[in-house]
Design a protein around this ligand. Structure first.
Ligand SMILES: Cc1cc2nc3c(=O)[nH]c(=O)nc-3n(C[C@H](O)[C@H](O)[C@H](O)COP(=O)(O)OP(=O)(O)OC[C@H]3O[C@@H](n4cnc5c(N)ncnc54)[C@H](O)[C@@H]3O)c2cc1C
Length: 378
């Protein structure tokens, strides 16, 4: 077992991994260029699900993610961040309803908790709903839910620090280079001019992972869905609004044109797939979309009539180009491991356990085999 680990990135993936490694007895430094959890993790919809994820192995990986959070919630004050509230989805058209029912059938045939319910049952499960009178029904996913990533990351980092992890944030935690000896990594260099010795460096740097892989001399590309250029697909708009009244929503909701869930401080978190924004969209455009999303949310749920937009943010999904996770050794230098994925909130608790097993025992769990960075060599 390597002794000293440097984990770059204290988002949900890096924070979970630092804790798991420390629990396994490793000496760990967790580095972030910012305060922990301020990038994708902070703004994530954080929907815990394996709802429409394929192929089957990836579905099962995500499903194991749900189980791992349930276990961790019992060990790490889940009351502060774990919300297995279930998810209701409905469609606007007959064709959309048929597609939803077909997805529910497929998921149920994989033993995933999913069933079609009547509009009356949906209204009973979520009294806040304003459903169309002629709605033929909705889908109910009782095992899904969401995480409050702010309190979660605080708890993870605190628990990691209490197990001896050194946490470096800001310039002391910003990795600007790697030091190698004999073809193997020996240390990371930071913006504060320090060298942090490490036998293994794990890059959990979200959308910045390709940059770090290049800096480390990796010989395989780490292709992510583009996020920097105008029109890039990886950025998404997140809107927060409040206060939600006591009659507001209590579950995850996927309604036509709007996805929402409760958030901290009496707010709701809103997203819409058709909100066409990127990192270059002027603020006036973002504000227009934010108002549009709140209007859509009011049309499908009670409790938001007094709510105003409290914040909006364009944030970037770290999405590997083939839609699957990347977890494994970076081809090239010895000792550099990558962990970058979409659905990282769903996956982090389980994925970090698998990676810890690989790093600590030297044996790769079979579950990780489809996700190796080396698949991009060809
Ligand atoms: C709008 C949106 C909605 C989403 N919805 C869902 C969802 O419903 N369900 C789900 O499971 N997932 C969802 N995701 C995806 C999920 O949020 C991400 O997969 C997950 O947060 C990634 O976590 P991470 O730790 O890999 O990355 P991040 O949270 O981005 O963390 C990476 C960290 O690395 C640090 N870093 C980068 N470079 C350096 C460096 N050189 N030195 C030191 N530190 C560095 C950054 O500061 C950052 O803190 C969503 C994402 C977005 C943006």
């Amino acid at each position: 077992m390597a002794r000293r680990y440097a984990v770059i990135g204290a988002g949900v993936i890096g924070a979970c991994l630092a804790l798991r490694l420390a629990e396994a007895g490793a000496e760990v430094t967790l580095l972030d260029q910012d305060q922990p959890g301020q990038a994708a993790t902070r703004w994530s919809f954080a929907w815990l699900n394996s709802n429409d994820k394929g192929p089957r192995a990836y579905h099962e990986l995500n499903r194991a993610g749900l189980r791992a959070w349930a276990t961790l919630a019992g060990q790490l004050d889940g009351a502060a961040w774990y919300r297995p509230a279930g998810n209701i989805e409905w469609a606007a058209t007959v064709a959309g309803h048929r597609e939803l029912a077909a997805r529910v059938d497929r998921l149920a045939s994989w033993d995933y908790p999913a069933r079609m319910i009547s509009a009356a049952e949906a209204a009973g499960l979520e009294p806040a709903l304003r459903l169309p009178p002629d709605l033929p029904g909705a889908a109910w996913f009782p095992a899904e839910g969401y995480l409050l990533t702010g309190p979660l990351v605080s708890q993870l980092v605190e628990a990691a620090a209490s197990r001896g992890v050194t946490v470096l944030a800001g310039p002391p935690g910003e990795v600007t280079g790697f030091a190698f000896g004999g073809g193997a990594v020996q240390a990371v260099r930071t913006a504060a001019g320090q060298q942090i010795p490490a036998d293994v460096v794990v890059c959990c740097a979200g959308r910045w992972t390709p940059e770090l892989a290049r800096l480390a001399g990796g010989t395989a590309p780490v292709p992510l869905v583009p996020w920097q250029a105008p029109g890039a697909e990886a950025p998404g708009l997140v809107v927060r609004a409040g206060p939600a009244g006591p009659d507001g929503p209590a579950r995850m909701l996927h309604a036509p044109g709007i996805n929402l869930r409760p958030h901290t401080g009496g707010q709701v978190h809103l997203e819409a797939l058709d909100a066409a924004v990127d990192l270059h969209t002027p603020d006036a455009g973002l504000r227009r979309w934010a108002a549009e999303l709140l209007g859509r949310a009011r049309r499908v749920t009670r409790g938001l009539d007094q709510a105003a937009v409290t914040g909006h943010q364009v944030c970037v999904r770290p999405m590997p180009a083939d839609g699957q996770s990347i977890a494994g050794w970076l081809p090239g230098p010895r000792g550099v491991y990558l962990a970058v994925t979409h659905s990282g909130v769903t996956l982090a608790a389980h994925l970090s356990g698998l990676i810890t097993t690989e790093l600590v025992t030297g044996t790769a769990p079979d579950e990780l085999r489809p996700y190796r960075p080396s698949r991009f060599l060809t």
